[in-house]
Design a protein around this ligand. Structure first.
Ligand code: NAD
Ligand code: 0WE
Length: 261
């Protein structure tokens, strides 16, 4: 029997076939899971997300629009999911947003209140909002696994990551508090700290190529991370193999975070 046979869940953050969320979906599907999707309602983004989901060859692709910054959209997508699916075993949070203007080195000090709040809202609060809306259906099925993508810039200064680093620190702390609240319902909440990957979110970042080169040189594995590296760990965290792991962060960065000098 496949590792994730009988497990069904909802994935946020597929923009295209390069997205971390897409690689996670690919791996979960390969191990027998049923995946449903929520994507940003912007027409072009929604169309790209549809094309990416089509590449997964699902028998009945399920994809609904959701601006995670809107409570009404989150309510609607979880209601539609529950209407169409008997169980909710996992939720994957793979979304982040900050105003590009404040993602360049040396500009953190100038971050306006609105840009700071928006980064925390979309990149961190949405995990809490999703967990709250998952709880009932997950608990009814005996538990579940909630997973969010984070980055090392939450812990150490990565020039230019700026307000996103603050938002990821909030995301990681939120996952621990959620793990404590939801543990009694056997709902686990964990984060994966992924290495730099060339995605849509990374494409706008000046100097991303240098970050990739620098990482591959420093990494104990002497390479950059690939989508499937994260897909494998996501499979593990969704599966019952990780039944005793919650409130945890797992680095999938080819070991870069362990190097001091
Ligand atoms: P991506 O651009 O493929 O995915 C980001 C997703 O966030 C997109 O699908 C976008 O539509 C979605 N999003 C943004 N605002 C939204 C909103 N208001 N409502 C709904 N969806 C919204 O890029 P990615 O790199 O795959 O990013 C996924 C996650 O991985 C993010 O949390 C990111 O911080 C994290 N991450 C990325 C890297 C990297 O180097 N690419 C490294 C570590 C962690
Ligand atoms: O989490 C991220 C990127 C998240 C992100 C990217 C963008 C670009 C486009 C959030 N918001 C936006 N807003 C936009 O308008 N990563 C981990 C990738 C990343 O981003 C960096 C990095 C790395 C790595 C920014 C500076 C330095 C390193």
């Amino acid at each position: 029997m496949a590792l994730l046979e009988g497990k069904t869940g909802l994935i946020f953050g597929v923009a295209n076939h390069r997205s971390y969320a897409w690689h996670i979906a690919k791996a979960l599907v390969a191990h027998g899971a049923d995946c449903a999707f929520a994507a940003h309602p912007d027409e072009k983004l929604m169309q790209r997300a549809r094309e990416a989901v089509d590449q997964l060859d699902l028998s009945r692709p399920w994809i609904e629009p959701c601006d995670a910054g809107r409570d009404e959209d989150l309510d609607a997508v979880f209601a539609a999911y529950a209407r169409d699916h008997a169980r909710l075993d996992f939720v994957v949070h793979s979304i982040a947003f900050a105003d590009r203007e404040w993602l360049s080195p040396g500009t953190f000090v100038g971050t306006p209140r609105q840009s700071y709040l928006q980064a925390i809202d979309i990149s961190a609060y949405t995990l809490v909002a999703m967990a709250d809306r998952s709880r009932e259906q997950m608990a009814a099925g005996g538990g579940g696994s909630i997973l969010a993508m984070t980055y090392y810039g939450s812990e150490k200064v990565v020039p230019g990551y700026n307000v996103m680093g603050v938002a990821k620190a909030a995301l990681e702390a939120s996952s621990r508090y959620l793990a404590a609240d939801l543990g009694p319902d056997n709902i686990r909440v964990n984060t994966i700290s992924g290495g730099p990957l060339r995605t849509l979110a990374a494409s706008g970042i000046a100097g991303f190529r240098q970050i990739l080169t620098h990482n591959a040189e420093r990494a104990p594995l002497r390479r950059n991370v690939e989508g499937q590296d994260v897909g494998g760990v996501a499979t593990f965290l969704v599966s019952d193999l990780s039944s005793g792991i919650t409130g945890e962060n797992i680095y999938v960065d080819c070991g870069v975070n362990t190097i001091g000098l």
